[in-house]
Design a protein around this ligand. Structure first.
Ligand SMILES: Nc1ncnc2c1ncn2[C@@H]1O[C@H](COP(=O)(O)OP(=O)(O)OP(=O)(O)O)[C@@H](O)[C@H]1O
Ligand SMILES: [Mg+2]
Length: 257
């Protein structure tokens, strides 16, 4: 997949997301195994690995959609809040884009993007609308503002989902296979938006098997297998010279497709 753009304008700064000794079980299944991960401000981390290796669980833990059994996760120096308003604020600070677009079906595109800022952030409606229109233009769907999600293509809906997350002014954006439900011609338009976001300095954790995106935008690739981070490296080094047998095996499989 060809994606345009370079990342040279970005600078990678101090720690923003820190996972320290994180373990999680689903019953007997040890789904996150001693995860230690620091994501720096402005850094783009791509997470790859086989189905069931714990990639989504890792993302969901950072957003506290899942609790962890051991270890700590902190955002911008503070442990993730447990509940209440602090948790709602955390969700605003950690933008998340899923494989399925999860837009509110009975709200217009514009309403989808203004709702969070008005309800959670207390932004004035006029201000939220101006900002939403700016974001919708940025992701290339400004013309669709008055439509409903079902009237848009999958690629357009996913770009709205990105705009909706950005409207909350998150500190970090998590993407969990954002293009895997899309037709090939729509994948590039979503990846282009993500490359642009990376170039603007957004801190991003991206679960994807799109190697073009990883090579263009990622500072680091993490390879997960059976709940553990078994390898981490620059995209160049990881894709051309994977060290572990599991990574070699996995890359062999996805590169053949
Ligand atoms: N709510 C749950 N209850 C029990 N087991 C779960 C739950 N969610 C996930 N699992 C299991 O935890 C493991 C890791 O799941 P996870 O969704 O994090 O993997 P993944 O790497 O995202 O896989 P995929 O590439 O298929 O999306 C899998 O074995 C999965 O079946
Ligand atoms: Mg997953």
């Amino acid at each position: 997949m060809a994606v345009s753009g370079a990342t040279s304008e970005r600078t990678v700064g101090t720690s923003l997301v820190v996972l320290d000794g994180v373990n999680k079980w689903f019953g007997e299944l040890h789904v996150l195994k001693d995860i230690n991960l620091t994501v720096a401000r402005g850094e783009v981390v791509v997470v790859i690995g086989p189905s069931g290796s714990g990639k989504s669980t890792l993302c969901r833990a950072i957003n506290r959609l899942e609790t962890v059994d051991q270890g700590t996760i902190s955002l911008d120096g503070l442990p993730l809040p447990q509940e209440g308003k602090a948790l709602a604020n955390l969700r605003a600070e950690v933008g998340m884009v899923f494989q399925s677009f999860n837009l509110f079906a009975h709200k217009t595109i514009l309403e989808n993007v203004t709702l969070g800022p008005v309800k959670v952030r207390g932004v004035k409606p006029a201000e939220a609308e101006a900002r939403a229109r700016e974001l919708l233009d940025r992701v290339g769907v400004g013309q669709q503002a008055g439509k409903y999600p079902a009237q848009l293509s999958g690629g357009q809906q996913q770009r709205v989902a990105i705009a909706r997350a950005l409207a909350m002014e998150p500190k970090v954006m998590l993407f969990d296979e954002p293009t895997s439900a899309l037709d090939p011609e729509m994948i590039a338009e979503v990846l282009d938006v993500m490359v642009d976001l990376a170039r603007r300095g957004m801190t991003m954790v991206v679960v994807t098997h799109e190697m073009g995106f990883a090579r263009t935008a990622a500072d680091r690739v993490l390879f997960m297998s059976d709940g553990a981070i078994v390898e981490e490296n620059t995209p160049e080094e990881f894709f051309t010279n994977p060290r572990s047998e599991r990574a070699k095996d996995f890359l062999g499989k996805i590169l053949r497709h």
